[in-house]
Design a protein around this ligand. Structure first.
Ligand code: HXC
Length: 514
């Protein structure tokens, strides 16, 4: 029958294209420890959920003998499917076809799926594995990147955008991931840089490997370009799936409410913070003592470790956590930790996720390096993003809240909706030692026993200010609570602020200090 013949023809056409750049190229891909673009999509999405578009798209380049070449699907797969039944739009560059390089039709496929994701208000996932702009297609390739960057920008804050770097992402190509919300990298596989080792050698005479220049660790630990680091593609896909469970589909909805489970009893908030205020502890244990099931999904775990950010659930609802980490540099705010926190605060605000802030810091980091690196401008981002955020803001002061750090970490003055403090909280302009040395300098210097006098004055200062009660007496702190009461107070706050409404003044946009 004629119809059967047509169906057979379709099947044969599909089969040919599904092989991408052919068996040899696939073998080469595997030899590099990488999966194919199609395998990646199948591993990430729910079984049988993927629907592919534009399988039959071909390039139309003519120069450099391109008219004699066929590039199946023009080196990129696009479509949509689901992750744990939540819809997502996806594209994956196919390195086996002309190195996944981006020409005109390749970029049109990507922008088509980006437009689709924005129109349907669903998350967009981009899997990058490409040699960058297709050299033979000249300005058409550059135009393609420009169209992608524009869409990344206008979609920002409306739909979640996730970038996965599973191969090279070179030259201008890096700016698409840089404009998206979350970047995932895999050890030894991801490579991101503006100019590669060969250019660096030619221009600067310096030798460096791709790995040391822009490998997964570099971007997770040093540059902060990557948010999630994994050891394998498998692990990377599991992380993406987990992220999807915490975030809403778009900015006009909330994340799905999942079943509530109490935190693990092994995390006892009374026992985490040491009696001696100079000793460190892991603030992630405090988070785990508070969130449902003690399940905390940390973001940027390897970068600016002096602040901890990530998602947890409170009574089934997603909350974003921002917490100073006393284990690293006493939890100070510096250039990098300010950037890390500020961007996350804005993410939560854009996507209707309440922010819970846990405070324990001696303030902003002093020093010439920090001043010259712009700690004033970067530190201001924290103040700006908290002040601007209209989602529910809940603060718990665990221990130190000194100086600018007190104000910056979601204080009442930046419009926190709820501020709770543990009895161990110390809210003051600076630490007792520094403060006593300044305000009691004369008494200390003129005393027969300066050391004894200093100790006495430090104690006096501590009694007066190193506690939560002065702030509580002014109403800057709403309640001084026992550590074991924290979850109950936070659940109450999250529930009470479910329908919070705050209207900001009309303006085109503000000017955050970026
Ligand atoms: C056309 C490309 C290509 C490109 C790779 N290929 N990159 N074709 N344009 N940009 C092709 C190769 O010719 C080869 O084709 C196939 O892809 C596989 O590439 P290999 O070099 O064999 O692979 P490998 O050894 O793994 O090296 C991968 C690589 C290298 C490191 C990515 O290919 C490379 O350095 N490519 C160029 C990277 C680059 O400089 N891109 C331009 C950046 S500038 P055959 O037919 O032999 O299989 C840019 C500007 C954008 O992107 C600006 C936007 C604002």
């Amino acid at each position: 029958m004629a119809v059967n013949k047509k169906i057979h023809e379709l099947q044969e056409k599909r089969k040919k294209i599904l092989l991408g750049g052919g068996e040899q190229a696939i073998e080469k891909q595997k030899a590099m420890g990488k999966w194919t673009a199609r395998e990646r999509i199948m591993a990430l999405l729910d079984k049988n959920s993927f629907i592919e578009y534009d399988l039959f798209v071909e390039h139309d380049a003519r120069d450099f003998d391109m008219d004699k070449k066929s590039l199946p699907s023009d080196g990129v797969i696009i479509g949509s499917g689901t992750i744990y039944n939540a819809p997502v739009a996806i594209y994956a560059q196919d390195f086996t076809v002309a190195g996944g390089s981006l020409g005109q039709m390749h970029s049109r496929k990507i922008t088509k799926i980006m437009d689709y994701a924005l129109k349907m208000r669903m998350p967009l996932i981009g899997i990058n594995d490409s040699g960058g702009a297709r050299i033979q297609e000249g300005v058409n390739s550059l135009a393609g990147y420009g169209e992608i960057f524009f869409r990344n920008t206008i979609s920002s804050g409306i739909i979640p955008q996730i970038s996965v770097i599973l191969g090279p992402c070179a030259g201008g190509a890096v700016y698409s991931p840089a404009l998206t919300d979350f970047v995932f990298v895999v050890d030894k596989i991801s490579k991101m840089f503006i100019t590669g080792p060969e250019v660096i050698k030619t221009v600067l005479g310096e030798e460096i490997s791709m790995e040391d220049l822009g490998g997964a660790r570099v971007h997770s630990e040093i540059t902060g370009n990557a948010h999630f680091f994994s050891m394998s593609e498998d692990e990377c896909f599991e992380q993406i799936k987990r992220l999807i469970t915490f975030i809403p589909r778009n900015n006009s909805t909330k994340a799905k409410i999942l079943d509530l489970a109490e935190p693990d009893r092994k995390y006892d908030p009374e026992k985490i913070v040491p009696d001696d205020p100079t000793l460190p502890y892991d603030v992630r244990d405090v988070i785990k003592s508070i969130v449902d099931n003690s399940d905390f999904f940390e973001i940027m775990e390897l970068y600016a470790k002096n602040i901890v950010i990530g998602f947890g659930r409170m009574g089934g609802r997603t909350a974003g956590f921002v917490a100073n980490q006393p284990l690293e540099m006493a939890g100070v705010l510096d250039v990098d930790s300010s950037d890390k926190a500020a961007r996350f605060i804005r993410y939560c605000d854009a996507f209707n996720i309440p922010i819970i802030t846990l405070v324990d810091l001696p303030g902003y980091l002093p020093g010439v390096d920090q001043e010259h690196a712009g700690v004033i401008r970067h530190g201001a981002k924290v103040l700006y993003s908290y002040s601007e955020a209209t989602v529910p803001k809940i603060t718990v002061i665990l221990r130190k809240a000194y100086g600018g750090g007190y104000i910056a970490m979601s204080s009442r003055h930046l419009r926190a909706d709820f501020v709770f403090a543990w009895p161990t909280a110390e809210i003051a302009v600076m630490g007792p030692e520094g403060a006593a040395n300044i305000i009691f300098r004369k008494e200390i210097m003129s005393s027969d026993d300066p050391d004894g006098m200093r100790k006495q004055k430090v104690e006096e200062y501590k009694d007066k200010f190193a506690n939560p009660y002065v702030a509580a007496a002014r109403g800057y702190v709403d309640a001084v609570i026992e550590p074991k009461e924290t979850r109950r107070f936070l659940l109450h706050a999250i529930e009470a602020s479910e329908d919070k409404v705050v209207k900001m003044l009309d303006k085109k946009h503000g000017l955050p200090p970026f």
